[in-house]
Design a protein around this ligand. Structure first.
Ligand SMILES: [Zn+2]
Length: 268
């Protein structure tokens, strides 16, 4: 018989309410209150019911994301998947995912006679209209259309209307997680980016230090008192996400070493 080990009860962090076992460190959830991130939106239906075994298709959904990556499911590559599951999720994504909504609105804003344009998702959220020549100038939209020949920031996501080439999306772009894992970040919430400030634990005033990728994802995957961490319900897709984010954390660490090598050697 398997031995049952009692680890005791988990106590909430006094800053972020993350549930932790005795002796787990302050730093592992919110760096002693200095990492303060917005909550993820609650999942709309049917995703919430699918993940919490309240939908007749729950087991089908959970075993499907267990065996197949999310992209394959959405593309309908997996032959056994029930079409009604795809159409329900697609409908809900159309209603709740800000990238899908903004993308449609942006494409609709292109004048009919404009044959060449690019779709841009800025690396940083800033009021649109800062670039010249945008067709649409909404203040809080994620997706903008610009005419060709304009300059972009190196890490912006830029899609061309007439270019079949593939592009590499920078993993530290804030949209990376939402575009790579649209079911997990159903409403299109931001992932890690390089300039999120740490904040004073009580006054919430931004500090000069920034949140690292490791701190960002440590915060995201904690279960908090009185809240369900839905990310943890995704079975194997969660494993895939964690491996992907670990690679992001490691590449940030290597970049840091590369940039600070000279300085470190000089200091020695
Ligand atoms: Zn905490």
């Amino acid at each position: 018989m398997d031995e049952i080990v009692n680890l005791g009860t988990r106590l909430p962090c006094s800053w972020c309410r993350a549930l932790k076992w005795k002796d787990e460190t302050q730093g592992m959830c919110c760096s002693g209150g200095k990492v303060q991130l917005p909550n993820l939106e609650p999942y709309p239906e049917p995703l919430h019911s699918l993940l919490t075994h309240q939908d007749p298709l729950s087991e089908h959904f959970l075993s499907t994301i267990h065996d197949h990556c999310e992209k394959d499911i959405r593309c309908g590559i997996y032959p056994g998947i029930k079409p009604e599951l795809i159409s329900q999720l697609q409908k809900s994504l159309n209603e709740h995912n800000k990238y899908i909504m903004d993308f449609k609105a942006a494409i609709d804003s292109v004048p009919k006679d404009q044959k060449e344009f690019k779709v841009v998702i800025n690396v940083e959220r800033k009021p649109f209209g800062e670039h010249k020549g945008r067709f649409n100038a909404p203040q809080t939209k994620e997706v903008a259309i610009v005419i060709v020949g304009q300059e972009f920031e190196k890490r912006d996501i830029v899609l061309s209307s007439r270019d079949g080439t593939l592009m590499r999306i920078n993993e530290t772009h804030r949209a990376y997680d939402a575009l790579q894992y649209p079911l997990m970040f159903f409403c299109g919430e931001d992932g890690y980016q390089i300039n999120i400030p740490k904040r004073h634990e009580t006054t919430k005033i931004p500090l000069s230090k920034t949140v690292s990728a490791s701190e960002f994802y440590s915060y995201r995957i904690m279960e908090r008192d009185g809240e369900v961490c839905h990310l943890l319900l995704f079975r194997n897709l969660l494993n895939q996400f964690l491996v992907d984010m670990f690679a992001k954390i490691e590449s940030e660490r290597l970049n840091w070493i590369r940039h600070n090598k000279k300085k470190t050697i000089t200091e020695k």
